[in-house]
Ligand binder design. Structure first.
Ligand code: FE2
Length: 335
């Protein structure tokens, strides 16, 4: 792996403080930034607290969503569509995408990034082998994982780590693996994921070196349920390199563009997962940036890719959307 790391400076206390952050004594001297983040995230997970930059904040009542999903599942079963939806979700495609940038460093011409998102590995049996089947004989320069490794929002994650290890052990990525957390993931997954070789970027940056040039990856914690100003600070304090933001959802698109990000890689929406004919989403699960819920998009000078995800969330069905594995090919734009 050819990485180097840098932390963003700690947020100052005067800008939009997270209302749920518990004050921790002597934090600068006794506890490192990762521990402060983990304590805050754990507290939010435990009390089902959503902290959003935009939209409603506070405790979330999952039972409403669970009830809706149960009713929808029943309708699908009664109408005979459930099995068709499951077959749709198992039909995952591999897609190569060519991206062009005027400011891409020369050494990164042709750099390939495998982009896996929303694996939800426990949602579909044998999903990992289907992914590996599609990637057979493919080698990439870097693999990025943009969150949501499990289906549940709470509970155990040990099985997920084992399956993730099996997956990344069998993916040929020259410069390794970088991951961020999604809204289905727990703070307890970060250390085990790092132990199996995934370089986790939680509100921090890393440089990717090639030859004597480098590009920068900026990773944040999930901003859909677990937004804190540390995500913005990571973007704000990134260095002046060609920059790729890895953020679970597209909801920080305008902030990232303002801070000079060149490419925004995300997922979360599953491209709607259950859509009307033509791919129009019924539910996007976004508080903002709804028009960036799928595919390749552009906001000002920044390009973005919202991956439709590998797996499924809630009910293991898809209609009028397809799960995908993306390989991005970075190119210098001809002048
Ligand atoms: Fe998500």
């Amino acid at each position: 792996m050819n990485f180097s790391l840098s932390d963003s400076p700690p947020p100052s206390r005067d800008i939009n403080p997270n209302p749920y952050l518990h004050p921790l004594p002597y934090e600068k001297r006794l506890i490192n930034r990762r521990q402060i983040w983990a304590a805050n995230r754990f507290w939010m997970e435990m009390y089902n607290m959503k902290t959003r930059r935009y939209g409603r904040k506070g405790p979330h009542h999952w039972y409403k969503l669970l009830l809706m999903m149960k009713a929808f599942k029943l309708i699908l079963r009664l109408s005979g569509l459930y099995n068709k939806g499951m077959r749709n979700s198992a039909n995952i495609k591999l897609q190569d995408i060519s991206l062009y940038f005027p400011n891409l460093p020369k050494a990164f011409q042709g750099f390939t990034i495998l982009h896996l998102s929303d694996l939800h590995l426990d949602g579909m049996k044998g999903l990992e082998d289907r992914v590996l089947g599609l990637l057979e004989n493919r080698t990439v320069d870097l693999c990025v994982l943009t969150g949501d490794y499990r289906t549940g929002l709470h509970g155990l994650h040990k099985d997920i780590i084992g399956t993730l290890k099996y997956l990344i052990d069998n993916i040929d990525s020259r410069q390794g693996f970088i991951g961020v957390l999604g809204n289905h993931d727990s703070c307890h997954m970060v250390n085990p994921m790092e132990k199996i070789g995934i370089h986790m970027l939680i509100n921090r940056t890393c440089l990717i070196h090639r030859g004597d040039e480098q590009i920068q990856c900026i990773g944040t914690d999930d901003v859909h349920y677990y937004y804190t100003d540390q995500a913005l600070y990571a973007l704000e304090h990134a260095q002046d390199y060609f920059s790729i933001a890895l953020i679970h959802s597209p909801e920080l698109y305008d902030k990232a563009a303002k801070m000079g990000v060149d490419l925004y890689l995300c997922g979360h929406t599953h491209a709607g997962q259950v859509c009307l004919p033509g791919g129009t989403a019924i539910i996007k699960h976004l508080n903002r940036g709804g028009k960036y819920y799928r595919g390749h998009w552009q906001y000002q000078k920044m390009q973005g890719i919202t991956n439709s995800g590998v797996g499924t969330s809630g009910i293991p069905v898809r209609f009028n959307t397809q799960g995908e594995i993306l390989i991005h090919h970075l190119n210098r734009q001809p002048v």
